[in-house]
Design a protein. Structure first.
Length: 195
């Protein structure tokens, strides 16, 4: 049964401009292929239409995941060339999977891209399981659901996640969660003003 593995994807356009985006592809346990489901309005989708290759990164850097989910990565982190695809990859990552899109299904607004993994590698060791890292990841996903979920539901979830962060966070997790709290509040208020 496929599951969702959260991470970061690098793609590029024809001019070579790199985009970094959080993505949760559907994967199988063998990680030989996966399915991306970006919206047609996403830069990741546009880039993969122009250049159907990318790199999926598994990382425990929840601050980078949070910033990418908020669209607040002003400067890309250090990148290095990938091995089999002409898309750069993050130099600081736990694992990476270079992929090529084999099939585009553009029928729905949220597309389905079937991808073949053509190379994989390991970087630094995964830090390990930590409830605060999990909470930041969940909060980052909530940030992308503003306007989809109700403000009350998002705020309830954030309050629950804050308890985990307060109990188990290190500096990185605390800073990432604070950024998410601030930006989620700002975006919810902005949506309410527009209504």
């Amino acid at each position: 049964m496929p599951l969702i593995l959260e991470g970061l994807v690098t793609t590029r356009d024809l001019a070579g401009k790199v985009n970094l985006a959080p993505m949760g592809p559907l994967v199988d346990r063998d990680l030989t292929q996966f399915t991306l489901r970006p919206f047609r309005t996403a830069q990741t989708y546009s880039n993969l239409r122009e250049w159907p290759e990318g790199v999926f990164h598994v990382t425990d850097d929840v601050e980078l995941l949070a910033r990418a989910a908020l669209g607040m990565v002003e400067t890309l982190p250090a990148l290095v060339p990938a091995v089999q695809v002409d898309v750069p990859m993050l130099s600081d990552t736990c694992r990476w999977f270079e992929f090529r899109v084999e099939e585009f299904d553009d029928v729905a607004e949220r597309t389905t891209l079937h991808c073949q993994i053509i190379h994989r590698g390991e970087g630094r060791p995964f830090f390990g399981f930590n409830r605060a890292k999990h909470a930041v990841l969940e909060a980052a996903i909530l940030a992308t659901r503003i306007g989809i979920l109700s403000a009350d539901e998002i705020q309830r979830e954030m309050a629950s996640l804050a308890m985990m962060v307060n109990k188990t966070a290190g500096d990185q997790e605390a800073a990432a969660f604070a950024l998410l709290q601030q930006e989620i509040c700002r975006r919810i208020a902005s949506v309410a003003e527009q209504s």
